[in-house]
Design a binder for this molecule. Structure first.
Ligand SMILES: NC(=O)c1ccc[n+]([C@@H]2O[C@H](COP(=O)([O-])OP(=O)(O)OC[C@H]3O[C@@H](n4cnc5c(N)ncnc54)[C@H](O)[C@@H]3O)[C@@H](O)[C@H]2O)c1
Length: 561
């Protein structure tokens, strides 16, 4: 039976069949032959997801001093029903990822159609032709319960399978650069033994040339620059591998302006990535308790942080919003904690802060549901059956990436509490974690399983028309600082909603004038870390009473005269 893969735009692509593989390999061999004649190095990027697709283009865009491309890149992707569509799109010069960075689409178009330095394929045979293989497949951390990262495990099936396949196909002289974020120790203690074993079976006595260098990519406005014009850390498993990876990265990354750090061993490069992200997760998590403190003691945490940030040593203190999403921060610390026991064999428990930070971040969004419930209560409206609009599905501002966004938890908790949810996000066409909740991110790992009464969410669609989305709502949750939401005028919001409503600010989106205006319009306002709203509410009430007294005094005087 024919199988198909459907792109996010709805285009249907038939998956390759058995006899397509040999033809595809012939096509690749012809292209590679031509490219070698041009003196270009052949690079296979394995996994053309968020990282691999743009990394492949950055490498393919590399030129010598005369402006000639020096690399020929083959993006390699498994032909699964879920991911195959990325290959035909890339081969047309169309990015297989959503990108707000205006550099992404022209760069991919240029490399595929003008420079002819980038193609994509589904066959592992491409690996036979590679001088360098860059591994950008995922390595997941699967959590078994909500808010307890220790109850989980690293899922490196895709990575292990890739390493096995790579070792089956490559020449012993091929450099294998693992860019995937991995549990520290993986390159030397997981990848090396897997590849060495396959090499020995193939009669290859040489050790695999393995190296690690992690990505610091930020899909968003500076997507390309966050790969090409950014500091790198790398390390090889031996001197030859180290020399090769340094040479490769110096050619493709702007290491002149962003000098590279070469560490002694891959475990150090791997640990650097995990510590870097655990540090960030921790400084976000520790503000959760201060956010609650602020709400309960009349403090506006947003202004407090602005006051602290002027001090240069504290300039990176950041407000956490409704939880910490994205692909990396919720999992990376877990990879480290897991590695200590399962790769390095220790039995004791040295980790306190890293898992706690992740647990706090993973459950912070649930508090938004409480604030929504309380705001509606103050308006004498029940949460059950209330129409609630969530503004922003993605995990951070001005991007369309919804992976592990706090918004998902808000929607799920409010749904189990009986509310009717609507969602608006100008950057997200399909919220797959919700729309395809039974299969995304996998059939057993949707966050759905931590909540009850979730089935109706499969029918939830992301609304693009804000006016339509607002019509008749009882509450609006400002969940993400998308630029579209920063200047929304309270009078317009209330008019579009058709009357006063509850307003929940999760990210310091509303300034005091707006909060005041919402109260004047009869709304109720609450916000994460925004304890001062009560003061503004009291002020509006006092002003209203003063006005009423003045009016009644005026009417009293009028009636006397
Ligand atoms: N997304 C980010 O912002 C970001 C930032 C820094 C680091 N990273 C790290 O980079 C790595 C990749 O992340 P991503 O966001 O690109 O993930 P992704 O899921 O978007 O992409 C991974 C791709 O690899 C493909 N794949 C899996 N197994 C394969 C195989 N055997 N052969 C060929 N292709 C295969 C998948 O189909 C998918 O397209 C992860 O380790 C991640 O932690 C991601």
């Amino acid at each position: 039976m024919k199988q198909y893969s459907i792109s996010p735009d709805g285009e249907k692509f038939q998956l390759p069949e058995a006899d397509d593989y040999a033809k595809e390999f012939e096509r690749l061999k012809d292209s590679v032959h031509e490219q070698r004649e041009l003196g270009r190095e052949i690079v296979v990027v394995m996994g053309v997801g968020f990282v691999g697709a743009v990394m492949a283009a950055v490498v393919a865009d590399t030129e010598d001093e005369s402006g000639n491309p020096t690399k020929f890149v083959i993006g390699m992707q498994r032909p699964s029903t879920r991911s195959y569509w990325k290959i035909p799109l890339l081969n047309r010069g169309v990015p297989p990822v959503e990108a707000e960075d205006p550099e992404v689409a022209p760069m991919i178009h240029r490399c595929v159609n003008d420079k002819k330095s980038l193609i994509a394929t589904f066959t592992y045979d491409a690996l036979k032709l590679a001088d360098v293989v860059v591994v950008d497949v995922q390595c997941d951390y699967l959590k078994e319960s909500l808010g307890n990262v220790r109850d989980g495990r690293t899922d490196m099936d895709a990575l292990e399978k890739s390493l096995d396949v790579i070792a089956e196909h490559i020449s012993p002289e091929t450099l294998v650069l693992i860019e995937t974020t991995v549990a520290p120790g993986t390159t030397e203690q997981v990848a090396y033994p897997i590849m060495r074993k396959v090499f020995r079976k193939r009669g290859i006595e040489k050790d695999p040339l393995l190296a690690h260098s992690f990505e610091r990519v930020m899909p968003g406005k500076n997507y390309v620059a966050s790969i090409r014009d950014f500091w790198r850390v790398c390390s090889g498993i031996n001197e030859e591998a180290t020399n090769r990876v340094v040479k490769f990265l110096e050619e493709v990354i702007n290491t002149k302006e962003y000098p590279m750090t070469v560490l002694d061993r891959p475990i150090e490069s791997e640990t650097a990535k995990i510590v870097e992200n655990s540090f960030r997760a921790t400084i976000l998590a520790f503000l959760d308790e201060w956010s609650l403190f602020a709400e309960r003691n009349g403090v506006d945490l947003i202004k407090v942080l602005e006051a602290i940030r002027v001090r240069p040593t504290h300039s990176n203190i950041i407000f956490p919003g409704p939880g910490i999403g994205g692909y990396c921060l919720p999992k990376d610390g877990g990879l480290g904690v897991w590695a200590y026991r399962h790769i390095h064999g220790f039995e004791d428990d040295i980790f306190k802060i890293t898992p706690l930070a992740i647990d706090i971040n993973d459950t912070r969004a649930l508090h938004v549901a409480q604030l929504t419930r309380d705001a509606l209560r103050n308006m004498s409206r029940p949460l059950a059956a209330a129409e609630i609009l969530l503004l922003g599905a993605s995990y951070r501002e001005d991007v369309g990436d919804t992976r592990y966004s706090g918004s998902e938890l808000v929607v799920r908790r409010l749904t189990e509490m009986g509310a009717e949810l609507r969602v608006h996000d100008p950057y997200v066409q399909h919220w797959w974690e919700i729309e395809k909740q039974d299969e995304y991110p996998s059939s057993t790992h949707s966050l759905k399983r931590f909540f009850r009464s979730q089935d109706k969410l499969s029918d939830l669609r992301v609304e693009q028309d804000l006016k339509q989305a607002l019509k008749g709502t009882d509450a609006v949750i400002f969940a993400v600082r998308h630029k579209h939401y920063l200047d929304l005028n309270p009078d317009n919001v209330v008019e579009m909603a058709g009357g006063p409503l509850a307003i929940i600010d999760c990210f310091g989106i509303l300034d005091d004038d707006k909060i005041k205006r919402y109260f004047e319009l009869g709304c109720e306002v609450k916000g994460l870390g925004r304890g001062h709203v009560k003061r503004i509410k009291d002020q509006v009430r006092a002003e209203r009473e003063e006005m009423l007294m003045a009016l009644s005094a005026k009417h009293g005087t009028d009636s006397v005269t």
